[in-house]
Design a binder for this molecule. Structure first.
Ligand SMILES: Nc1ncnc2c1ncn2[C@@H]1O[C@H](COP(=O)(O)OP(=O)(O)OP(=O)(O)O)[C@@H](O)[C@H]1O
Length: 295
């Protein structure tokens, strides 16, 4: 099967900045991948190269087996929704019409439904929309285009939590009905965790994690309670973080939990909580060169 995206030794160097380095990635068709990483990690650079908007300075990129740059056949299969999306001075309905001409899988009924759900007046000039509403125009285009490769780069600047929830729900439902490849770059990891089948984490331009989200979830937990019992519980485990407060302790450790662990924590009257994806990534990012989150 031809991957939706494949990169080999991909790099992008700016004059005095490293954008990406040695990125080897394969994104399987029909999957939803989360592209995660701290500010400046290289997420936008990677998506821009995949969308053919930027040339790599090293290595290669293929989208559906072909180089994307100046390749109209490939570019028509990609929709790229950006945070800083700018539009000419047109009305909402004109932006929607222009997208409908470009994308062969465009679904006009879905676009109409989403415009109304996001509260977007079709005749309002885009420059008169609020920031969140402008983001919503991008989301409508990103969803209704049903492009085989759908790239969302932090697409919800200014969107409130209700509108974001609506986006996640519609994305999940539509992708289930019309499978396609989605890459979503985001900082709101826990909000989208349920959507993501695969995770790619970038750090300073390099891939530090590339794994199915199922393999990452539940790989660390925090146990809290009386310090003596907590220490007894984590004996022999890889401890990531230790916090003591008086006679109580809270310790985060790596490793999956099984039924015996849960029973033991219960018997010792300890609270045992798996780390959320976001907590895992934050902790891993703060561990500078120590053991990374491993799948
Ligand atoms: N046009 C450019 N000229 C110089 N450096 C650039 C340029 N574009 C990106 N960079 C640098 O490349 C690195 C990666 O930037 P990129 O925008 O890809 O990060 P990001 O992961 O998308 O960050 P954020 O989460 O803040 O959007 C940063 O150090 C950035 O300063």
């Amino acid at each position: 099967m031809i991957p939706a995206i494949s990169t080999s030794g991909l790099g992008r160097r700016y004059r005095d900045q490293l954008g990406l380095e040695g990125v080897d990635l394969t994104v399987a068709p029909g999957t939803v991948t989360g592209l995660l990483g701290r500010n400046g990690a290289g997420k936008t650079t990677l998506l821009r190269i995949v969308a053919g908007l930027e040339f790599p300075t090293a290595g290669s990129v293929r989208v559906f087996g072909e180089p994307p740059t100046e390749n109209d056949a490939v570019l028509r299969r990609i929709v790229f929704v950006r945070e800083d999306q700018t539009y000419p001075d047109i009305q909402v309905r004109h932006a929607i019409a222009a997208a409908s001409w470009f994308y062969s899988n465009w679904d006009g009924a879905l676009a109409g439904q989403l415009l109304s759900e996001f509260g977007l007046p079709p005749r309002r000039p885009i420059r008169k929309l609020s920031r969140g509403m402008r983001s919503a125009v991008g989301l409508v285009i990103g969803l209704a285009s049903r492009a085989e490769l759908t790239l969302f780069d932090e697409p919800y600047a200014g969107l409130d939590v209700v509108a974001r929830r609506l986006f996640y729900d519609r994305l999940l439902a539509d992708v289930a009905e019309h499978p396609r490849t989605v890459v979503l770059s985001t900082h709101l990891v826990d909000e989208v965790a349920g959507l993501l089948e695969h995770l790619v984490v970038l750090e300073r331009g390099r891939v530090v994690l590339d794994a199915p989200s199922e393999d990452v979830r539940g790989t660390a937990a925090t146990v809290s309670g009386p310090a003596v019992a907590v220490e007894e519980f984590v004996a022999g485990r890889a401890v990531w973080r230790r916090q003591h407060l008086g006679s109580r302790a809270s310790i985060t450790f790596s490793g999956r939990l099984d039924a015996d662990d849960t029973a033991r924590a219960h018997a010792l009257r300890l609270a045992l909580e798996p780390l959320s994806l976001q907590q895992l990534l934050v902790l891993a990012a703060g561990r500078d060169g120590e053991e990374k989150v491993s799948a």
